[in-house]
Structures are given as structure tokens and as C-alpha cells.
Design a protein around this ligand. Structure first.
Ligand SMILES: Cc1ncc(COP(=O)(O)O)c(C=O)c1O
Length: 434
């Protein structure tokens, strides 16, 4: 390269770029690309076996018919709605509100919904809005979804870690963290939780814990950011969403159509019905503020992608649980197969120091191993055994290796799970002996 070519020092760019979090996704993708014949328990992706490109055309057509009827047959208006720049808060908010009512028991004002580019953008917009002063902080169970750490770093918002028990967020520890933060002059603005089949732990919070979390949020005056991409992928008689128990607008609800809609559409949303005082233009909600930020980040979510998701909703009476009956059965059966397979390979006295949790749904299981599982070990697992998994330190936002790995089984076929577990057992038992 030309010796005069510009070189920028990483230290002069935003601080988040030097953090291990910003490397996580790249590193994991890059390992997967280098070992294409490896079986991956790493990727938390939806099952592809039912993907059919023809669905996209049908969904679009379904939405087109719906819109034509709503717009009194005005074809030009229909085309404009789907093909032109669109409303910042999105065009399918009413259908999302219906879906929330049908599947989640949440009564939502469609005007309080912002349709986003995946749940990830919803998370970013929310944290961006909540972080005003240097003293504003976020509470979160750690280990937690990498994208939460990443979004918090992008808006320079420190995350105060709260411990997790096998039953989910440790509420006593939460209170201790909040009290300590306040004593230190910090303001916990919100607590981030994935109450249903958390990423990475797979844990589901009890109804009692959900109620208690709401009480604590009121008592200590912070919001709850309820992130729920996996909730529909489990027992329909499970506990209700925290948002459905919330009668005081304590909860900002973050939704994703990546696991239950179509991941490639990149559509998610945020329900933010908190009133915001002090604006110039009359009463507004937090959703209106998030839309202002969105207008400067992605302008609006692709109406074409929204139309596809809308068609899928319309074809299923706005129930994504109904739309995913085959997928839900696949995930349940994969989960059973992984848990049985772990028992057969590591159960009893076969593997001292190896244990695992037993989630009742979702995409993930945590496996504890008798050695620190870091990125170098993942590399050797890929190279020598052709099996991938996720080292848990990626969910802590620091490079300190832990003796735990995340296994994701959502996208695998039964024979891949069986073969993958054999390879994993060879890797783990080989290390344990050594
Ligand atoms: C807990 C959690 N929240 C949010 C997301 C991101 O969702 P989306 O793909 O809609 O941006 C994920 C994706 O893996 C996740 O696990």
C-alpha cells in the first residue's frame, strides 16, 4: 500500500471498538468459516429445514390484499406504502399489537410500538434514549446476550452485573447492586432481562420472580427491559410475560421476529408506552422519542421486510405460536435429544466435573466442564474434533475464560446432534483425562 495511505490508531476511535465484545461475533463467525465441516453447537440460529422462498411471495401477496382492502382499493397507495420511504415508527404496528394480544396477553396501543431493524436496533434505541448522564447505568444478569453488552458499550452505558441462579436473576443480589450503585451516586435506569429461555442460560423465570421484579423496579424506580425472542418456543402454559403483568408502564418490551418470523427479514420492534413529559408538541411516549433516534439511524425499517412479516402474521391469525408449530416441535425434540445425549455420554460417574442445566425450551443449554474453556480451546475443538460451541466468556464482556460453554441446538438435524455430541464427548473427555 502507498506509504502515504491514511492509518488510524484504534485508540482514536470509539472506545467500544477496542472491547472484546466487538470482536465476539467476528471471531465466532470466522472460526465457523474456517471449519465448514464442523458441527456447530455455536450458532443460535433458527431451524432452516422449513425455509421456503415461495413463502416470501405469498406473504407479500397476503399483505397486499389486506392493504388493498384497508385502503379502499387504491393501488397507488398500496404500492407507495410498501415501496416508498415509510412511517418512522413502522407500518405493521397494528398487526404487532394484535399478535401481542393473541400470543402474549399484552394489550398494547399500536402508537406505542416502533418497528425496528431486528430487536438489536430496538435495544440500541432504548439504551441510547435512557443514557443521558455519565452516572446512568444499566443492570443486567451476566452472562447475557452479547448484543446487549455491545449496544450498552455503543452508548457508553456501563452494565452493572447481577448474578444468576439456576432459577434466573438473583433478586437479592439485584437489590444489593441497586443500593450500592445509588450509594455510589449512580442511577440504574433499567434492568435488562430475558425472562424466557435466556441467552445463554436457557433459564425461565417463575411467575413469582416476575411479580417481585416488577415490585423491585417500582420500589427502586428503574425500568425493566424485557427482551423476549424465545418465549413462544416453549410450553404454552408457561408464566405470562412481565409486560402483561405491568399496569404502570414499568416495562419496555423488546420483540424480535428473528426466531419466530423470518430471520433474514431483520424485523423487530419495541413497545415503549411510557409517557414522556416536557416536550414541545403535547403528550408523547418513549416510543415517540425512540422514533426520533431511529430517524437518525436507520430512517425507517424496510417496509418490504415489514410487509413480508405482516403477511406471515395475517396468514396465522396474528399468532406466531400457530405459525411455528413445526418449528416448536423441532426445537423441543432437539432439546430432548441433547439432554438425553449428554446423559448418555457424561452421566453417572462417566465424567467427573461435567454437568449441564435442563431448560424447558428455547435454543440453549449450558454445559459445565472441568477446565477453563477459552477461545484457544474452541479452536482446537474445531481443528481436532470438528465441533464448535461458544465459550461463556463471550457473554460476560471480558476475556476471562470460564468452565462453562453454551450449546445451541436449534438449527441442527437429529443425526447432526448425535454426531456432534460424539465429537463433543471426545473433546471434553480427552481434555478431562489430560
Ligand atoms: C436475547 C436476544 N435478544 C435479541 C436478539 C437479537 O434479535 P434480532 O435478530 O431480532 O436483532 C437475540 C439474537 O440472538 C437474542 O438472543
Amino acid at each position: 500500500m502507498n506509504s502515504q495511505a491514511v492509518e488510524l490508531a484504534l485508540g482514536t476511535l470509539h472506545e467500544s471498538l477496542g472491547s472484546p465484545v466487538s470482536e465476539s461475533m467476528n471471531f465466532l463467525n470466522e472460526v465457523a468459516q474456517r471449519y465448514p465441516d464442523a458441527i456447530s453447537f455455536a450458532a443460535g440460529r433458527p431451524y432452516e429445514g422449513f425455509f421456503d422462498l415461495d413463502d416470501i411471495h405469498r406473504h407479500l401477496e397476503t399483505y397486499r390484499r389486506y392493504l388493498t382492502e384497508r385502503l379502499g382499493g387504491d393501488e397507488a397507495a398500496v404500492s407507495r406504502t410498501v415501496m416508498q420511504y415509510g412511517r418512522t415508527k413502522g407500518i405493521i404496528h397494528e398487526l404487532i399489537a394484535r399478535h401481542l394480544e393473541v400470543d402474549e396477553g399484552i394489550t398494547a396501543d399500536p402508537e406505542s410500538i416502533v418497528v425496528t431493524v431486528g430487536c438489536q436496533e430496538a435495544l440500541y434505541l432504548t439504551l441510547r434514549a435512557l443514557r443521558r448522564r455519565d452516572t446512568d447505568v444499566l443492570l443486567s444478569v451476566v452472562p447475557a446476550y452479547v448484543g446487549m453488552h455491545g449496544a450498552a458499550q455503543l452508548v457508553d452505558m456501563p452494565v452493572l452485573p447481577v448474578e444468576e441462579t439456576p432459577e434466573g436473576i438473583d433478586l437479592d443480589h439485584l437489590v444489593a447492586v441497586v443500593e450500592r450503585a445509588k450509594a455510589d451516586g449512580l442511577t440504574p435506569r433499567a434492568c435488562y432481562v430475558v425472562p424466557d429461555f435466556a441467552n445463554p442460560s436457557g433459564v425461565r423465570l417463575s411467575l413469582e420472580a416476575r411479580r417481585r421484579l416488577l415490585e423491585l423496579a417500582a420500589e427502586h424506580d428503574f425500568l425493566i427491559l424485557e427482551d423476549n425472542p424465545y418465549g413462544l418456543l416453549g410450553d404454552p402454559d408457561g408464566p405470562p410475560t412481565i409486560k402483561s403483568l405491568d399496569d404502570a408502564a414499568r416495562v419496555v418490551y423488546l420483540g424480535s421476529f428473528a426466531k419466530t418470523g423470518i430471520p433474514g427479514a431483520r424485523v423487530g420492534y419495541v413497545l415503549a408506552d411510557q409517557r414522556v413529559a416536557g416536550g414541545h408538541g403535547g403528550p408523547e411516549t418513549l416510543a415517540d422519542q425512540l422514533a426520533k433516534i431511529k430517524s437518525m439511524v436507520t430512517v425507517n425499517t424496510s417496509p418490504i421486510a415489514q410487509a413480508v412479516i405482516a403477511g406471515k402474521l395475517l396468514e396465522n391469525g396474528c399468532s406466531l405460536r400457530a405459525a411455528n408449530t413445526r418449528e416448536i416441535e423441532t426445537y423441543r425434540s432437539n432439546l430432548r435429544q441433547v439432554l438425553d445425549g449428554l446423559e448418555r455420554r457424561f452421566g453417572g460417574e462417566k465424567a467427573p466435573g461435567v454437568s449441564w442445566n435442563t431448560p424447558s425450551g428455547g435454543f440453549f443449554v449450558l454445559l459445565t466442564v472441568p477446565f477453563a474453556a477459552d477461545d484457544a480451546l474452541l479452536e482446537s475443538s474445531a481443528q481436532l474434533h470438528r465441533v464448535l460451541w461458544t465459550p461463556l466468556h463471550h457473554f460476560y464482556a471480558d476475556p476471562e475464560p470460564r468452565r462453562v460453554i453454551r450449546l445451541s441446538f436449534s438449527h441442527l438435524r437429529p443425526q447432526e446432534i448425535e454426531e456432534g455430541l460424539d465429537r463433543l464427548a471426545a473433546f471434553v473427555l480427552g481434555r478431562s483425562d489430560g
